[in-house]
Structures are given as structure tokens and as C-alpha cells.
Ligand binder design. Structure first.
Ligand SMILES: [Zn+2]
Length: 348
């Protein structure tokens, strides 16, 4: 197709006039908005256009404002130099005396299941801190904002050289894998990749580690892996007096980007082992004569591997591998809180 040269020229001239007009408008508007006249340093201009300094897109961390409204996708990856809350102390408001005695359910809900975090803690930035050992060599608080960038990419390393306080190991036939004590990670390896960090390992019973802590830890890992978001996560061992073995651990978690919509809990996991009497002062232990048998009706049967729970008569239970079977003596609400899901087709 032929294009008339004269028409093309006219069009070019009109276009040039329009562009110059737009530039003038931008220049005037920009100057009026941002830069008072007479206060224009020469190097703040480029080709006659003022450089408009942009307002910060995200406000600095201000306590009392809801971080949930900040853009969650804009998440810096570098850790801050300090944790928002001082490590090494148990949260004000937690009282061990208010925890009911262990009664065959591995955890108790604390503070209506609301963690003791402050609003200022709820920042979607990964960090991890491990409190210093106290004067007795005991672990203190471990605190993290778990993001994918902290998660390990390699296999767990050797932790057998660490001897946490109260480590008096014994073996019982009725304990899963027989060893009473596990070197229990306060913040699990799957979350922040810590191996033999002695500030992160306590003497914990098999029961506390496997039945108590791991389901809650898995909820944190699942959220981070599924959403690429962050979970504020704090685990504090609770020692009575000068005892070398913790009575239990306080676990607090809250998903950051959705302000706790997906993950929010505050629980105390008992450092007990059914069938074993533990001297918490020293870590010494002996069988209590019950053989780990709990004289109570089983309310549900768990498949620890799939995370599903069944009514005790369900015929599917027979197909669960023995090492993954757990018996539950508590309520369904507690199971749901611990992250288990119902087997929807339980059949008797
Ligand atoms: Zn079932």
C-alpha cells in the first residue's frame, strides 16, 4: 500500500506536538507536587525533568498497625540482625502451675490457643535465634520467623555428640524405638536446618517428641511450603526450679501473611512417657509398672504417617503399618488442633 509522503510528514509533526505537550504537563505537575521552586539542586534533574522521589511503598515496622494489610508478596529475604523479642525468657503470662496434670493427651492448650506474640513481631521476614544456655547449661527460648529460605536442602546431620542436661538414657521395650529420650530439637531440623546446635536440643521423651511436638511442627512446615509464606514460631522449654529435664515445651505459632488464618496455636507439650517415672531433677528414670498401658478407652486411632484419624472400629485400621498406629484418648477437637484430619469413610 502507498502512503502519501506529505500526509506522513503531517502526522509526524502532530505526534511531536502532542508528545511535547504531554512532557510539559508532566513537568509542571511533577514540579508542583514534589519540588518547591527555588529548591532545585542541579543534579536532581535529568534532561530537564525533575526526578520525583518516590514515597516508600511499605511503611516501616510500626507496632500497633496490622501487618496483614501490607503487601505480603514483598518479602525481603535477609534476616534482621536481632529478633523482635528477647530470647531466653519464657513469655510473660505463661504459668506452668496453671497447666493441668498430664492425662493421656500429649499436649494442653494454653492462653485459649493464642500465642504470646506482639503485633510488632508479625513481620514477614525470616530470622532464627537460639537463646544462650543458662547457668545450669539448659536451653532457653528458640525463636524464628520460618520462611522457605531457612529450610534445609540437605539431609539431617549427626547430633549424637550433643548431651543435653538430664541425659540419662534408658531403654524400655514398650517405648517406640525403645530409647526413652530423644535429642529433641526445639525448632525442628525440617524448619531451619539446625543439626547439632546445643542451644536447640533438649532431653525429651520419645512420646513428647513424636506424639507431642511433630504434628505441630508439621503444620508450620506445610504452611511455609504450600504458600511460600512465613510462620512466626517460638519454642520454649519449661524447667521447674533447677530441674535438668524440662517439664515440657511451650510451642507458639502464627502464620504471618494471613495473620494466623491458617496456623495459630499456643500449646504445652508434656515431657512424659507413659509407663516411665522420670526424676526431672536429674533425668533418672524407671518403669512405673504400667508397661505404658493407659487404662482408658481409646477415642480414636491415628495413622501417624498419613495424619488421618479413625473411629476405633474402622476396618481400615488393620492395613496401617504397626509403627504408624497411635492411640488417642482425648477429644476430636484436640486432634483437629494437632493437625490431624478425619478419615471420612470410617466403616465398622
Ligand atoms: Zn477409618
Amino acid at each position: 500500500m502507498n502512503i502519501d509522503l506529505k500526509n506522513k510528514k503531517t502526522l509526524l509533526i502532530i505526534a511531536a506536538v502532542v508528545i511535547v505537550g504531554i512532557l510539559l504537563i508532566v513537568l509542571l505537575a511533577g514540579g508542583g507536587l514534589d519540588l518547591p521552586s527555588g529548591d532545585l539542586p542541579g543534579n536532581d534533574t535529568q534532561g530537564g525533568l525533575p526526578v520525583i522521589t518516590e514515597a516508600p511503598t511499605s511503611a516501616p515496622d510500626v507496632p500497633g498497625t496490622s501487618p496483614a494489610t501490607d503487601a505480603p508478596s514483598n518479602t525481603p529475604t535477609e534476616a534482621p540482625t536481632e529478633a523482635p523479642t528477647e530470647a531466653g525468657t519464657q513469655p510473660a503470662g505463661f504459668d506452668l502451675a496453671a497447666i493441668p496434670p498430664f492425662s493421656d493427651v500429649p499436649f494442653a492448650v494454653v492462653n485459649d490457643n493464642v500465642p504470646f506474640f506482639t503485633e510488632a513481631d508479625m513481620v514477614p521476614k525470616s530470622f532464627e535465634t537460639y537463646g544462650d544456655l543458662d547457668s545450669l547449661g539448659r536451653c532457653t527460648t528458640c525463636f524464628a520467623c520460618v520462611g522457605k529460605d531457612l529450610m534445609p536442602t540437605d539431609e539431617r546431620g549427626d547430633i549424637s555428640k550433643v548431651y543435653p542436661t538430664g541425659w540419662v538414657q534408658n531403654y524400655y521395650s514398650f517405648v517406640e524405638q525403645e530409647a526413652l529420650y530423644n535429642r529433641s530439637h526445639l525448632i525442628g531440623h525440617q524448619l531451619t536446618g539446625e543439626n547439632d546446635n546445643k542451644k536447640n536440643l533438649i532431653t525429651g521423651t520419645r512420646y513428647m517428641n513424636a506424639d507431642g511436638m511433630i504434628p505441630f511442627e508439621n503444620m508450620v512446615a506445610d504452611y511455609v511450603l504450600e504458600t511460600n509464606g512465613h510462620v512466626l514460631y517460638r519454642v520454649t522449654p519449661i524447667f521447674e526450679g533447677n530441674n535438668l529435664v524440662a517439664a515440657g515445651v511451650l510451642m507458639e505459632a502464627k502464620s504471618v501473611e494471613d495473620n494466623g488464618e491458617a496456623v495459630e496455636y499456643c500449646v504445652f507439650c508434656y515431657n512424659v512417657q507413659p509407663g516411665v517415672k522420670i526424676d526431672y531433677k536429674t533425668g533418672k528414670n524407671e518403669a512405673d509398672g504400667t508397661g505404658g498401658y493407659i487404662d482408658k478407652p481409646v477415642t480414636f486411632v491415628l495413622n501417624f504417617n498419613s495424619g488421618k484419624y479413625h473411629t476405633p472400629g474402622c476396618s481400615d485400621i488393620a492395613s496401617i503399618s504397626e509403627k504408624n498406629v497411635r492411640y488417642w484418648y482425648g477429644t476430636e477437637e484436640e486432634l483437629l488442633l494437632a493437625g490431624y484430619v478425619p478419615h471420612t469413610k470410617c466403616n465398622k
